[in-house]
Design a protein around this ligand. Structure first.
Ligand code: PEP
Ligand code: MN
Length: 337
């Protein structure tokens, strides 16, 4: 149903316009992508309405590629350059590795500000922390909600690091976007299509976590919802999937990194904390993820994991996090192996 028209390197604006006009005439919706190298015209519509040979013969056209994949705007075919997402002064997807660290949940102002400074000193480049934490039991800790968002904003002022936090439902998108630098869509919400559409209308980057049972295609289609709603700043986050293995909380699918890099142009980060559920496995899997080509890591860190209100068993102490950062630095000094 869809196709991509790759223009020649020196195609003129008139030539690009002519192809677009032709496609529009045939009822296609157009998405223009002007890369450094060349312009690519993505077209969504009914392919039987145009003669591909005719299109390819138009001046300035290099080739017409029919797209079989169900995702379009997020596909590598549509945009060959990597998408680089800018979060304040940081970039995700430019070849570097961003480190998002902090506790599972914002538990109190004092504890959060303290751990934020500790992870910063160890080299974290962004902060994480959940303000909305609905749990299995409605009687256990539910998160500090707006109070938690205020603490996150204060931690940003204190550390200068951008903050990433989860938005759970459509109703609170505006509220969370007022405080956060990056909106996180949780694994269980990956196919909450109304929520995806809502964050697609916000001008803030979105971390889209992989659903615990989602295939790569389903996950990319979820990203397609956000991008097609108008927000191209999507960061994919592998956080482990459900398998028959139950020693670990989830099975961290590191093959998703190179696979996604082939299928899409979006940056990919990895969360080895939720991916394994065990703090001892976090450091080795984090290093492995970097070798496999991820653009960033999301790591849970707590001053006293034994007392954490959520996800203590998978949280690193600040000391263990510093250890991971030292090893990561060594790895990156030699370039990625
Ligand atoms: C989180 O990162 O706080 C979280 C709840 O993770 P996930 O949605 O991947 O379970
Ligand atoms: Mn958690």
């Amino acid at each position: 149903m869809n196709m991509v028209v790759v223009m020649e390197k020196n195609a003129s604006n008139e030539e690009i316009e002519q192809v677009q006009a032709r496609l529009r005439q045939a009822g296609f919706k157009i998405h223009l992508s002007r890369g450094v190298e060349r312009t690519i015209i993505g077209a969504i519509g009914d392919r039987s309405q145009v003669d591909l040979g005719f299109l390819e013969a138009l001046p300035g056209v290099e080739k017409v590629v029919p797209v079989m994949k169900p995702f379009k705007l997020t596909s590598r075919e549509f945009k060959s350059d990597d998408t680089v997402v800018t979060v304040r002064d940081r970039k995700i997807g430019d070849g570097g590795v961003q480190i998002i660290a902090g506790p599972c949940a914002v538990e109190s102002r004092e504890k959060y500000l303290e751990v934020a400074m500790l992870v910063k000193e160890a080299g974290a480049t962004m902060l994480r922390g959940g303000a909305f934490k609905p749990r299995t039991s409605p009687y256990s800790f539910q998160g500090l909600e707006e109070e938690g968002l205020k603490i996150l904003a204060e931690a940003r002022e204190l550390t200068g690091l951008p903050v990433v936090t989860e938005v759970m439902d459509q109703r609170s998108v505006e509220l969370v976007a007022r405080y956060a630098d990056v909106l996180q869509i949780g694994a269980r919400n990956m196919q909450n299509f109304f929520l995806l559409r809502e964050v697609g209308q916000v001008d803030k980057p979105v971390v889209l976590k992989r659903g615990p049972s989602a295939t790569l295609e389903e996950w990319i289609m979820a990203a397609e919802y956000i991008v097609s709603s108008g927000n191209p700043q999507v960061i994919m986050c592998e956080r482990g999937i459900r398998t028959f293995e139950n020693y670990t909380r989830n099975t961290l699918d590191l093959s998703a990194i190179p696979a996604l890099k082939r299928l899409t142009h979006l940056p990919v980060i990895v969360d080895p904390s939720h991916g394994t559920g065990k703090w001892r496995l976090v450091e080795p899997m984090a290093l492995a993820a970097v070798v496999a080509g991820c653009d960033g890591l999301m790591i849970e860190v707590h001053q006293n994991p034994a007392e954490a209100l959520s996800d203590g068993p998978q949280s690193l102490t600040p000391q263990n996090f510093a250890h991971l950062m030292t090893r990561l630095d060594k790895l990156l000094q030699n370039g990625r192996v």
